[in-house]
Write a protein that binds this ligand. Structure first.
Ligand code: ATP
Length: 311
């Protein structure tokens, strides 16, 4: 038997996501909106390194403004570690180093990816041996997007977005992402949507509490056809995000002008995701956007969920 039963450090990588489709229904009594969404995990990653420690702490690298990411109990990765410890009776602690690449408050689920990575890393570090089912339960308690960051790939999310079913997706989809320097608050964008709908009479009387993803979205993913997918990408949060940040409309216009098949605000924004026909056309769109002074990242999906890189 080896001297060290468990590793001293565990490195886990988890992906950011794009909502290829996001339909928002009425608000449940618990405050959450009914959702029907299709997530796709893309090759923009959060790296979390968990090291053995007596208590719980978080450090963050890779963000321009450190004040945007809390390092106390508000940090979703910290909450994930503490939740796993209390669920399993683990009495020690952990230091979590978050190496962030997903834009903070960018609508790409960066904090959720950190939480999913922290669950997987602490489980391995502490040898708690939690079942995948239990890990999913803990993830869902942390936030609606956390279970998807665990699973990755392409998936349909219903309920609060946390009831996941894998979606068949053939091949690879090439995306160009344009992040913004300043994030948007997810609760504020949902509140904007509610106000906007109330003002316009939409869904005011009978907002649906159960929604489905339209069949053409699922067919386009199954066919691996970016043209068909581009024709049916949709996000109910795009209107409130554009109301909050009208300049996003210029970014969408620029990307379409550069040859993207479609451009959409990702989740609650402000990151804009452009679907491109091929890797080469994505490189071209990226170069054009950069020439116009934008930050643009070429990524692809689907990629796998939180996984151990080294232990
Ligand atoms: P959401 O998951 O709410 O849709 P998002 O994907 O737009 O959010 P995140 O980067 O996950 O954006 O962060 C949203 C907010 O959560 C941040 O503004 C920050 O205050 C807080 N937060 C908590 N933990 C983290 C974390 N590990 N990384 C980034 N932000 C975090």
């Amino acid at each position: 038997m080896s001297l060290a039963a468990f590793p001293e450090a565990v490195h886990v990588r988890a992906p950011g996501k794009i909502n290829v489709y996001l339909g928002v229904g009425g608000r449940h009594e618990d405050g959450y909106h009914a959702l029907a969404t299709v997530f796709q995990a893309v090759s923009l990653y959060e790296d979390v390194i968990a090291r053995d420690a007596d208590d719980f702490s978080v450090s963050v690298v890779g963000v321009a403004d450190p004040d945007t990411v809390p390092v106390d109990d508000r940090n979703l990765a910290m909450r994930a570690a503490k939740m796993l410890a209390s669920a399993t009776g683990y009495t020690g602690g952990v230091h979590l180093e978050l190496r962030k690449s997903v834009p903070v408050a960018g609508g790409m689920g960066g904090g959720s990816a950190d939480a999913a990575a922290a669950l997987v890393a602490c489980d391995a570090l502490w040898g708690t041996g939690v079942s995948p089912h239990r890990l999913h339960e803990l993830a869902a308690r942390l936030g609606a997007d956390v279970p998807f960051a665990l699973h990755g790939g392409t998936a349909v999310g219903t309920g609060r977005g946390d009831q996941l079913n894998p979606a068949l997706a053939r091949g690879r989809f090439d995306w160009v992402l344009v992040p913004s320097e300043e994030g948007l608050s997810t609760p504020e964008i949902y509140a904007r949507l509610d106000t906007h709908r109330a003002e316009n009479g939409a869904l005011a009387d009978d907002p649906p509490l159960s929604l489905d993803v339209p069949i053409p979205v699922l067919q386009a993913l199954r066919a691996g056809d970016p043209h068909s997918l581009a024709a049916c990408m949709f996000n109910d949060l795009e209107v409130p995000a554009l109301l909050e940040r009208p300049a996003l409309d210029d970014i969408i216009t620029e990307g379409l002008h550069a040859g993207a098949l479609s451009g959409i605000v990702s989740g609650s924004g402000p990151t804009v995701a452009f679907l491109c026909e091929t890797p080469e056309s994505a490189q071209y769109v990226q170069a054009e956007l950069e020439a116009a002074g934008r930050t643009a990242l070429h990524v692809h999906g689907p990629v796998s969920g939180a996984r151990i890189i080294s232990a």
